[in-house]
Design a protein around this ligand. Structure first.
Ligand SMILES: CC(C)(COP(=O)(O)OP(=O)(O)OC[C@H]1O[C@@H](n2cnc3c(N)ncnc32)[C@H](O)[C@@H]1OP(=O)(O)O)[C@@H](O)C(=O)NCCC(=O)NCCS
Length: 168
């Protein structure tokens, strides 16, 4: 009955996917995704530190299931996306775009004017997502990441939040 009322009011759809603050209890879910998608995954200790130092840490929930996480540092008007990940079993369903949009909104709420991030040169999916959301490439760091053969460059992207239209 409650579901029917929610559905009639359109609330069921609104709640189907949302973000909430990341918690210690989420770390096993985080690691489950992290270890699938990266060749050089962050450790449990790194995620614990992210929670301890008070970064802006977010969980993405879809139909009551944990499907992604993002780690953001925000200081003196600048935000830095340190990690953003969607469960590979849910990819290409618009969740990455939804999540990034929400994370940008969170940064704006924390009075950031711009967002920076680094991404591997070979990470086509993430680069296309950032470009779609209006990020511009502002630099390239040589040999920034470990790679199977030597090192890999990082592309540096930024977004001017002041001109970003979340409803677009
Ligand atoms: C990058 C990532 C978050 C995208 O999540 P997603 O839910 O699959 O993305 P979406 O379905 O919202 O796609 C949004 C847009 O991103 C781009 N995109 C996503 N996956 C892509 C792919 N495999 N190839 C090319 N473009 C892609 C497209 O522009 C897409 O828009 P479209 O569907 O209209 O073409 C996800 O692939 C991921 O978690 N990757 C591993 C972690 C990672 O690399 N994070 C970034 C670290 S810098």
């Amino acid at each position: 009955m409650l579901d029917r009322i929610k559905s009639l009011l359109g609330l069921a759809k609104i709640r189907a996917q949302y973000i909430r603050p990341l918690k210690d209890q989420d770390i096993n879910d985080v690691l489950g995704i992290e270890q699938q998608v990266y060749n050089y995954p962050w450790s449990r200790g790194i995620f614990k530190d992210c929670l301890r130092v008070g970064y802006s840490n977010w969980a993405l929930i879809k139909d009551d299931v944990f499907v992604g996480y993002a780690i953001l540092s925000v200081a003196v008007g600048e935000a830095h996306i340190l990690n953003i990940c969607v469960d590979p079993s849910c990819k290409r369903q618009g969740l990455g775009q939804f999540f990034l949009n929400e994370v940008i909104g969170a940064a704006k709420t924390m009075r950031a004017d711009c967002i920076f991030l680094e991404v591997r040169l070979s990470n086509v999916a993430a680069i296309e997502l950032y470009k779609k959301m209006g990020f511009k490439q502002i630099g390239q760091r040589k040999n920034y990441y470990p790679a199977a053969e030597g090192k890999e460059d990082a592309m540096v992207y930024s977004l001017d939040i002041a001109v970003y239209d979340r409803e677009k």
